[in-house]
Every structure is written in structure tokens, then in C-alpha cells.
Design a binder for this molecule. Sequence first.
Ligand code: ASP
Length: 344
Amino acid sequence: MSNRKILVIYTGGTIGMMVDPDSKALKPFEFKNIHQQLPMLHLIEADITFQDMLPLIDSSDTNPDFWVRLAKMVGENYDKYDGFVILHGTDTMAYTASALSFLLDNLSKPVILTGAQLPLGVIRTDGRRNILNAIAIAAEYVDDKPVIQEVCIYFQNNLYRGNRTYKDNASRFNAFYSPNYPIIAEVNTTAEFHTNLLHYEAPGAPFRYYTRMDSHVALIKIYPGISVEFMRNVFNTPGLRAVVMETFGVGNAPTSPEFTQILHDAVSRGIVIVNVTQCKGGGGVEMDRYETGKNLADIGITSGRDMTTEAAVTKLMFLLGQYDNPDDVRREVAVSMRGEMTME
Ligand code: ASP
């Protein structure tokens, strides 16, 4: 059996940096010289092609146009490669992984994002292990089928479903967390795939990629004392089509008549509101548990269940790109499209 062909797309971020010998400052290095940084790349049994996605960015500059370009790059190369690795800054990697999971439909090949807390060109880098393991996982086939057929993040020994994660640590190597879905593979002395946790699309369903997103989405974190004026201004933003509302606990929010009225008016004007919890450690929205949550459900606010904020924001941007009618968006956002939400 010939080697698997893996396309590694470098988008920017800390991973691709090295210390400039003259200035001693960090600067991006040219990926065509990657073998100098990673001589053991040749140990992986795969034909690896590196491609830059220019301009290289700090991932703080990620946006829906960038996600669509990335989806296109994967889509246009889909038949030529057996797996994809995307090197990306960690800051917004969970947003990109979530967005790609929606833009790439009926995936039957691995798309693994990884990056690093420290640049490849420094001694203590975590980038070396992340990149080598991500490529090895992308090349993992059993019975001529890829083991991973979804968009994942590989970081510090763990493989996560990408649309279940968020970045939860700015300094530890273990930078990502998946509050409501277990780690799907672990790399220690051996790589262990938890096959019962992997996401597979219907066999034979044709792959396609989407090229439209709409960023008229706002994110509001509710806090005690949030001003009615602030809420009113956000909901009156010209062009606004959807709001992700991060609420308390299992989906509770203030119940004052003014607050309720603003939400009610917004829903009647066709703005889609999705309720997610601001609890970061796990659990989700259950709007029938408390009177305050029930109030939101009665207004017509949609439960985001246990979706991360990252998944909810990008799912709405994706759905708004496909549908004009808010009822279609409300219907689709309420179901799990790519394993981003627990339904039972
Ligand atoms: N600011 C960088 C980025 O997200 C940090 C990193 O690469 O981890 O692009």
C-alpha cells in the first residue's frame, strides 16, 4: 500500500515562528525549510505536502472570509489528498474548527487543526509533537478507510472534536478543553482512538463544501446589572440577524418587563436568538428547569443545549449564509449537524 498523501496548510500563528539569529525576536519562518526544524518528519509514513495560505495571519484576524477560503482550499484539494492538517494560531482555533465543521459537509477524510503555545523554533516548543502527531493521525487508515472523518483539534496528546472545544488556557501546553464531549483519541506511548466517540457521516453521502457565511451575528454575555439601554442598542444594530446569548446556569436571564420586551420585539422582527450557558466547565441549557428560563422559551428563544459559544456563533454565521428565512435558521440551529450538540 502506497503512502497516504497529507496536505498541511499553514495559516500563521505562533507555531511557525523561530528566533531570528540577528535580532533575537520571533519571526515567521519559511515552511519550505520545515525539514530543518523537524528532521524526523521523514519518519512518518506519509507523503506530506506543505502549503501556505497567504497572507499568514495571527489568528486574532480570523473571520468568516478566512474560513470560507480555508474550506475552499480543503474542498479543491479533497480528491487529491487522504487527509488534511491545518496549522493555526491557538487563540481562535476553536472558532475555525467549528466553522469548518459546518462548511465541510459529508466529510469522509480527516481535517486536523493544530498549533502551538511556543514556536517551533524554540527549545521547549510544544509545536514539534503537535504537528508530528497531527500528521500521523491524519494518515491513520484502517481497512483502507480513514479512522478520523471529521474536523478535530489535536493538542498536547489529545484529539478533540473541534466544534466541542474552546481555548481555556493562555500559558499551559494543555490549552484546549471540551466541556461536553470526551477526548476522542489520546496519544501516549500508543495512539488510542475511542472509536465509539467518532463522528461518521452517512456512508456514500457526497462531500461538498459551502462558500457562504453571514457575520451579522452578535454575542451578548448576560451579567447582573446589564443595562436595558445596552441591550436595546445591540438588538437595534443595523443588519443584525442573530444573537448568541450567554446566560446563567442552565439558561436563565433577568426577568424584568423591559428586558423581556426587548427580546420579544427582537424575535418578532425575525432576529434569531440562541441561548447558551456561560458555565465553562460543562452542562448546558435546559430552559424548562426554572421560571426564568421558561420565560425565554416562551418568547421564542432557541436552546443551544450544550453547544460551546464558538460552535453557536459559527453555526449561526453558517446558517445565515444558507437561509434567508429566520424560521429555517431556528429549525436548523436546534439540531445537531456535525456532532456539536447533545440531543437527548
Ligand atoms: N496569537 C497567536 C495566534 O492565535 C497565538 C498562537 O498562535 O497560539 O495566532
